[in-house]
Design a protein around this ligand. Structure first.
Ligand code: BGC
Length: 279
């Protein structure tokens, strides 16, 4: 969870998403929570999707409303086709449309390959990859229906896929997760190519090690954190707000010419830190 210090870093008086309607999936904890609040800070109205944990979703909604924009919580499992369709159609009813989708919901079910159950494999692919596909598909239908509204944005809609450094760094013991994020990369790039002529921008953010519940064991003891920092040239574990800032920028017209790109936000984790010496 972000500290007040890191949260304040993103405060801005420039509401460059004012009037835009954003959906953030998995928005009641970690990166999703910070991103939902971060989009509110730059003026967007925000739907806070969650699958379990109503209270934490409500807390995020209150934080966003405190910024002077609208928000509500919506329970839906992103891997369920009917629940995703219902979430987008409610958003169109309540907010009028969707301008920004942050396909963030994701999870890990780690195991050595010999021990990995089909259920563990399938769950991760269902949420991390199929879930992003379903949310993107439903958002795109609305983007195409509405088209460009120039007073709101130069594009007809923006999709930001939450990927990971593990779309390019293989990760032993996490074959389901790494495969899902590799899939996210090619899904994102294909959708970007397909939808750019419709003025829909699709991009991804690839976080490195960010201090959230998903990787608590990697940073919660000093020894674990020291091990982790060896993989991060910038020698700092990321804060969720580091990702929120990147998402807000990609979603805005400031980045209108950025199409089909993955923005790595990882303190240099993808720079092969093992080669800093030797090789
Ligand atoms: C994973 C984290 C991990 C990080 C860097 C993320 O995508 O969810 O558990 O710490 O990648 O390895």
């Amino acid at each position: 969870m972000g500290t007040s210090n890191s949260e304040s870093r993103q405060t801005t008086s420039y509401p460059f998403l004012r009037g835009q309607k954003a959906l953030v999936t998995g928005a009641n904890s970690g990166i999703g929570r910070a991103t939902a609040i971060g989009l509110g800070k730059v003026g967007a109205d925000v739907v806070v999707n969650y699958v379990a944990g109503r209270e934490s979703a409500d807390e995020v909604v209150r934080a966003i409303e405190g910024l002077g924009v609208r928000a509500y919580a919506h329970e839906a499992d992103v891997s369920k086709e009917d629940e995703v369709a219902g979430m987008i159609s409610r958003m169109v009813d309540e907010f009028g449309t969707i301008d920004v989708l942050v396909a963030n919901a994701g999870l890990q079910r780690d195991a050595a390959v010999g021990d990995m159950t089909l259920a563990q494999w399938q769950k991760v692919l269902d949420v991390n990859l199929t879930g992003q596909f379903l949310c993107a598909r439903e958002a795109v239908k609305e983007f195409l229906r509405r088209g460009v509204v120039p007073e709101v944005s130069r594009s007809a809609g923006k999709i930001i896929c939450m990927s990971s450094v593990h779309q390019m760094i293989p990760w032993a013991g996490h074959v389901n997760y790494a495969a899902s994020k590799g899939g996210v990369q090619m899904m994102m790039e294909t959708l970007a190519q397909e939808l750019a002529p419709e003025k829909i921008r699709v991009n991804a953010v690839a976080p490195g090690a960010i201090r959230t519940p998903i990787n608590r064991s990697a940073w919660e003891t000093p020894d674990a954190e020291a091990d982790l920092l060896r993989l991060i040239p910038y020698r700092r574990v990321g804060d969720p707000e580091d990702i929120a800032t990147a998402v807000a920028a990609l979603a805005s017209d400031l980045f209108d010419y950025v199409v089909g790109t993955t923005l790595y936000v990882d303190g240099g984790m993808t720079l092969f830190p093992g080669f800093a010496t030797g090789g």
